[in-house]
Design a protein around this ligand. Structure first.
Ligand code: F6R
Length: 614
């Protein structure tokens, strides 16, 4: 979704803003722009272009064509008004003296626009953002106040979710930043300061960051940053150090971020798992939920979106099995509209890579309102979901840039399993021997993943056989069904092949009518207990002419080969952990298919990395 970057210092802002925007490209966007104030010309210059950032960068000779040492930049993902040069940000006030970049949505923009139009303010774009720029100028002019006061007055009028970066030609040494329900990060430099919606945009310049809280306003000059709370009282910001390396957010010789991130999974799993197993027991860092509280919990409720929801689906099977308490899983976008049965005895587990997904955030707040305790499993440190939870378990996957999640999914699953094991130990619901054997197997997962990754030729071969198909079905039972949901999503989102996942038992209730000569069915049969059932479903599909690519464990590979057209195998592990290994070939299959179809793998059409609108 949209991205914001801002810079104030002694260097030319243009190249810094464009570089920052290039690091936000992965989030998805349709146009880009910058506004820079030139001390020499004493004016703001605004440059915007629909399409790839490269178009803007070429227009500005990589930034060299704009003069000035203070500016804001934006990558837009259209909400109000189609992608166009005019609708791109920055949006300016009618005098051209105030420029605004904005992530989020101003919900009452139509009402405010009508009010301003009644006052004679002309509008040039269809955006909700222009309303903000015009409203600030309106207060500056009619109330004869400075920019900060005018921003404060405007904030009392606007409703919605927003992160704003504002510069004004009348007070040209400062950027004003505002945050409400949309992330914004302050970067502390030496003789310069930064603003960004995502730390990747500024990590090359500073690792010292402050996470703005909801309702906060910040004034950035090159000499410092002053923050204010929603009452405009000064507040001290805690400064955090970002400890991942710059190259973690770069391709490092790989053709695609997605492939790099698939290959990084063993390392990410080591970071997520190893520090959390000590002396044969699960150890959860800074775990503040008391044993008494955890013993009182009578229901777990997992809420998440997309792939994170798929992790929750596996969690339902695994946690119910080892805890023997009900585990509900809900799409976050449905949760708040379904009148969920949640109370103070419900532990709500929120799963999110970005920690900023709006639907997930809204579900979290609804669950809190209903009295639940919130435990979140999050990748992005300091993100909104992490900060609003009662307890956070970070996945430590490092920055994930490709839109299609891979290493975040794997580490979420690992952390959820660890949490389940921790609770099982506490509640005494799992035989001790099994508990220890799962932990031992968890420690082996990274090495087993490495085995799969070093032997990917088969997967590449199958991708070459099937990349021309237009429709694919994933089938499986139990955790294999939940795994199929993820395999199917991975394939469809990056290759644009129509793909659906079904619980195998459901085939005969409708979907089997779609199976005809040559239809590709990816049959997942890793769960030994249900292997025979998986085989029967494969036979069913083959009898209708379907082409079956199967995934199973090495133990069952030979048996599977007798029936399926193609078989991919994974090493054996404890049944609770099978999806952690099974997902890797599915990610690779999707990747190779998309590669062979010539798709834009890291930035699939219409998708954004972090979905901050409803
Ligand atoms: C798919 C994918 C999305 C995300 C979903 C939730 O590959 O990445 O489905 O899983 O948008 O995002 P987070 O986990 O950031 O809340």
């Amino acid at each position: 979704m949209c991205g914001i970057v801002g810079y104030v210092g002694n260097e030319q802002a243009g190249p810094i803003l464009l570089d920052g925007l290039s690091r936000l490209e992965y989030r998805g966007y349709d146009s880009a722009g910058v506004a820079v104030y030139s001390q020499r010309d004493q004016r703001l210059s605004v440059h915007k272009a629909k399409g790839r950032l490269q178009v803007l960068s070429d227009m500005l000779q990589g930034g060299a064509a704009v003069d000035g040492t203070i500016g804001v930049g934006h990558t837009r993902w259209a909400t109000h008004g189609a992608p166009s040069d005019i609708n791109s940000h920055p949006q300016v006030s009618r005098s051209g003296r105030i420029a605004v970049v904005h992530n989020g949505i101003i919900e009452n923009y139509a009402e405010l626009k009508a009010f301003l139009q009644d006052q004679g303010v002309p509008f040039t774009s269809e955006t909700d953002t222009e309303v903000v720029a015009q409203l600030i100028e309106y207060f500056c002019e009619t109330d004869k106040v400075g920019i900060l006061e005018a921003v404060g007055r405007s904030l009392r009028r606007i409703q919605g979710a927003y992160a704003l970066g504002i510069i004004c030609a009348d007070e040209p040494d400062q950027i004003i930043a505002v945050r409400k329900d949309s992330p914004l990060i302050l970067g502390y430099g030496n003789g310069c300061n930064f603003l960004a919606s995502d730390v990747t945009a500024i990590i090359r310049h500073t690792r010292e960051v402050g996470y703005m809280d909801d309702g906060e306003v910040a004034v950035l000059t090159k000499d410092g940053i002053q923050c204010y709370n929603h009452l405009m009282q000064p507040v001290e910001k805690e400064i955090s150090h970002v400890d991942w390396e710059v190259d973690a957010a770069e391709k490092g010789g790989y053709e695609h971020f997605m492939f790099k991130e698939i290959m990084e999974q063993p390392e990410a799993m080591r970071r997520a798992i190893f520090p959390r197993i000590r002396d044969g027991e699960v150890f959860l860092e800074d775990f503040a939920l008391t044993e008494d509280y955890l013993r009182s919990v009578h229901k777990l409720y997992i809420v998440a979106c997309g792939s994170s929801y798929h992790v929750g689906m596996i969690g339902k099977y695994n946690l119910e099995r080892i805890l023997r308490i009900p585990v509900e899983v809900s799409l976050a976008s449905e949760f708040r509209y379904m009148d969920p049965i949640v109370d103070d005895k419900t532990l709500v587990i929120v799963i999110s890579q970005s920690g900023e997904t709006l639907d997930t955030m809204a579900a979290l707040r609804e669950a809190k309102r209903l009295g639940a305790t919130i435990l979140s499993i999050v990748n992005v440190v300091g993100s909104s979901i992490a900060r609003e939870s009662d307890q956070v378990l970070y996945t430590w996957a490092g920055p994930e840039i490709a839109v299609a999640t891979t290493k975040a999914y794997s580490t979420q699953l690992a952390v959820l399993n660890l949490l389940g094991l921790y609770l099982a130990r506490l509640l005494g619901t799992m035989p001790e021997e099994e508990y220890h054997s799962v932990l031992e197997e968890m420690l082996l997962l990274p090495a087993k993943m490495e085995e799969i990754l070093s032997d990917k030729d088969d997967i590449q071969y199958y991708a070459s056989q099937y990349f021309n198909h237009n429709s694919v079905f994933f089938i499986g039972r139990n955790v294999d069904y939940a795994l199929g949901l993820e395999g199917s999503l991975k394939l469809k989102e990056i290759s644009y092949i129509h793909s659906e996942a079904y619980a195998s038992g459901e085939l005969k209730h409708g979907t089997i009518s779609l199976i005809e000569e040559g239809t590709l069915v990816v049959a997942l049969g890793t769960y030994a207990k249900l292997f025979e059932k998986a085989m029967s479903n494969i036979v069913e599909v083959k009898a209708r002419g379907g082409d079956v690519l199967a995934l199973t464990t090495r133990t069952h590979g030979e048996e599977m080969r007798k029936t399926a057209n193609g078989v991919i195998t994974i090493p054996e592990t404890h049944p609770l952990l099978l999806p952690s290994l099974g997902v890797v070939p599915l990610q690779l299959f999707a990747y190779y298919v998309a590669l062979m179809r010539g798709c834009d793998i890291d930035k699939p059409r219409n998708l954004a990395k972090s979905v901050t609108v409803e």
